[in-house]
Design a protein around this ligand. Structure first.
Ligand code: C2E
Ligand code: MG
Ligand code: MG
Length: 654
């Protein structure tokens, strides 16, 4: 029920009609209903009293309802008034000319004027001058269309400063004068905007070096490309520090961070004109040259940056360190058509530079994309292969002498069975598996499979057959290698002494501290550790002393020319005597000829591995191979290397 004038008129008219009907027809109605004269005369005496009583009841009921309704209305109004007074939001009502009719205390505080002084003021005069007439035109149109507008408005504060507000304007009907009225609600969002700005700053700047971040440089490149006219060329140099992990591992992360800041500063100082620098994260930096006239400019910049990085850095702990970097360069529009491609292709070129020995720079070339595509396909196939159990292990004997009973162990070598039954050698897929991280589950499978096989042989042959397993740097880095080794030994029941883990020097150099700890724990467990491909990496005697290893495997590249090349002979001889001093067992890899074997023996080499004895073979061949050797003086005299090679090819060997 609405207590309006028309409602009051309606009630009065109904009352007048009912009263008139009562006066005119009540006698006739009673006479017709009862038909008794005595009763009729009694009714006539009291009918006015009856009318008065009924009217009173009606008046009471209507008043009671009206009062109850009004009470509710007043309560609601009072609550609204309290909300209006106390809310922290600024609330203003305006007329059709945008003049303030009413403003609450919060709004008066926001603009620094009393409520009384705000009355009649044009609200637009309190907004910042950054909003033009078009802005307010938009607001009016939007209210006309949907009845409200919401958005950001800047108002002038008491001290004259401009502050941002989230504003909502709603059409609230018309006033007594028939003109439109509007309610404005303002919520201050300065803090929110500050927080938003801080977040943006964080995303746009690298917190460590203060340089533009990957996000910012991506935007910058996109803008440059969007503005670039027909003749413009842009170069991107992707810089990655070489072996930066060593600094972190040797000196700790704070020192590593310190070095990154120093590198950033030095690069910044040596930037050519029209170039920008960004820190992409970790040890990766990016330089873009906005206007390149010829490719040589980018190459020259790369050379200068490599020189700048190569100068020694003095760290906060006063240590002097030497850093090197690899740089990849890609051009717009020659190589890449978008910012994403520029980053991707310069990154691919950087990897090429790393591959070519690090501390150099490379231009991008399209064959890198093809290779990346092939890599991607290989990755998908590798994943499927692991699931479908397409991998298998072949084993290569390691001999203490020529006689097959002098077998002192086997090395497990991974093979991938192809649909045409051929076997793919590890060199073709290991690095792809390493790049994608698949090497970790794959390496774990190798470990478990090899341990299981060695335990089976021990039962079958009633003699221990030590098995060597190659590890990848990735497995080393996961931090789970120790657990995986323990699991593999537990599951197979193989004695730890029969498991030889083959690692490379570069794996240790990558993680000096953690590597040392891990080796210590593995050796405590009883597992043997061999340093594989010795001579191809750092080959540092001091490191050898630091790392706890049992065996040194001389890389086959030193063995192939052993007979004819005196320098190789001297080197191998030096390695063997050095290993003897450190009480390490020495294994020579790639022994193919009896002559090589004789030279190695004369030098005091302990064990030999190579096609002279046997190519890698499937596990089921071991028993036959051992038996076939019984009574033979030399494995090598029984078969020449060429026949070994063809055997190796059939079984997937190198
Ligand atoms: P590696 O550990 O140095 O293994 C020795 C490689 O030299 C084997 O090649 C073997 O077949 C080959 N070889 C041994 N003796 C001779 C010889 O007299 N003449 C010639 N021409 N080659 C010989 P393969 O099996 O192709 O393995 C290549 C590399 O792949 C291995 O080098 C190892 O680094 C890696 N690899 C093999 N299996 C695994 C694995 O399970 N995990 C990991 N992470 N790497 C593996
Ligand atoms: Mg090996
Ligand atoms: Mg090797």
């Amino acid at each position: 029920m609405k207590l309006t004038g028309s409602y009051a008129l309606k009630v009065a008219l109904i009352y007048a009609a009912v009263g008139a009907l009562w006066i005119l027809f009540s006698d006739t109605a009673v006479e017709w209903l009862i038909g008794d004269n005595a009763a009729l005369s009694a009714f006539r005496d009291y009918k006015w009293w009856l009318f008065v009583m009924a009217s009173s009841l009606l008046v009471f009921w209507l008043s009671w309802r009206a009062l109850a309704e009004q009470g509710g209305l007043i309560r609601r109004l009072r609550q609204s008034a309290i909300v209006f007074e106390r809310t922290h939001e600024g609330v203003v009502t305006t007329d059709h000319r945008n003049r303030i009719l009413d403003a609450n205390p919060a709004f008066s505080r926001m603009v620094g004027r009393s409520e009384a002084l705000l009355k009649g003021v044009d609200l637009a005069t309190l907004h910042s001058s950054r909003h033009d007439s078009g802005f307010f035109e938009d607001i009016r149109n939007r209210i006309g269309e949907q009845g409200y507008w919401t958005g950001e408005i800047w108002n002038v504060g008491p001290d004259g400063s401009e502050r941002p507000y989230q504003a909502t304007v709603t059409y609230v009907g018309s006033g007594r004068d028939g003109q439109d009225r509007y309610a404005w609600v303002f919520t201050e969002i300065t803090k929110l905007k500050d927080a938003q700005k801080r977040l943006e700053d964080l995303a746009y700047h690298d917190a460590l070096t203060g340089l533009p971040s990957r996000l910012q440089v991506g935007d910058r490149l996109r803008n440059l490309l969007a503005e670039a006219d027909a003749g413009r060329r842009i170069a991107v140099l992707y810089i990655d520090l070489d072996h930066f992990r060593n600094v972190n591992d040797s000196f700790g992360h704070p020192v590593g961070d310190n070095l990154l800041v120093l590198v950033a500063r030095r690069l910044q100082r040596r930037l050519p004109e029209g170039a920008g620098l960004a820190h992409l994260g970790g040890d990766e930096f990016l330089i873009y040259l906005e206007n390149v006239t010829d490719n040589g400019q980018a190459g020259e910049c790369a050379v200068n940056m490599l020189k700048a990085i190569a100068e020694p850095f003095v760290l906060a702990n006063r240590r002097e360190v030497y850093v090197r970097a690899s740089i990849g360069i890609a051009f717009y529009p020659d190589d890449a058509g978008s910012a994403t491609e520029l980053l991707q292709y310069s990154n691919a070129a950087m990897f090429e530079a790393k591959k070519l020995g690090r501390n150099n720079w490379q231009y991008f070339s399209s064959h890198l994309v093809r290779r990346a595509d092939q890599r991607l396909q290989l990755d998908t196939r590798l994943r499927r292969a692991l699931k479908n159990e397409e991998f298998t292990l072949h084993y290569m004997p390691i001999m203490a002498g020529e006689r097959r009973e002098q077998l002192c162990g086997v090395e497990a070598l991974l093979r991938w069975e192809q649909p045409d039954q051929s076997l793919m050698a590890p060199e073709e897929f290991i690095s792809a598996a390493e790049e994608t991280g698949l090497i970790v589950p794959l390496g774990r499978w190798v470990l478990e499979q090899a341990c299981r096989q060695a335990a089976v042989w021990q039962r079958e042959l009633d003699r221990p057959i030590p098995v060597a397993v190659n590890l990848s740097a990735q497995q080393f880095r996961t931090g789970r290698l120790f657990d995986h080794v323990e699991r593999a030994l537990d599951q197979s029941g193989l004695a730890p002494q029969l498991l030889h883990l083959e690692i490379t020097e570069s794996m240790l150099m990558e993680q000096i501290q953690t590597g040392q700890n891990l080796l210590g724990r593995l050796r405590q467990l009883g597992v043997h550790v061999s340093l594989d491909d010795f001579g191809t990496g750092y080959s540092s005697l001091s490191y050898l002393r630091r790392f706890d290893v049992d065996t040194l495997k001389i890389d086959q590249s030193f063995i192939s020319d052993l007979v004819g090349n005196a320098a190789d002979r001297d080197l191998v001889s030096a390695i063997i005597s050095m290993a003897r001093c450190l009480h390490l067992t020495v294994v020579a890899e790639g022994v193919e000829q009896v002559g090589q074997l004789d030279v190695l023996r004369s030098m005091g080499c302990d064990c030999f591995q190579g096609y002279l004895f046997s190519p890698p073979f499937p596990p089921e061949h071991l028993v036959d191979w051992l038996r076939a050797g019984e009574g033979n003086r030399s494995a090598g005299t029984g078969q020449d290397v060429d026949s070994h090679r063809s055997e190796s090819r059939q079984s997937g060997g190198a």
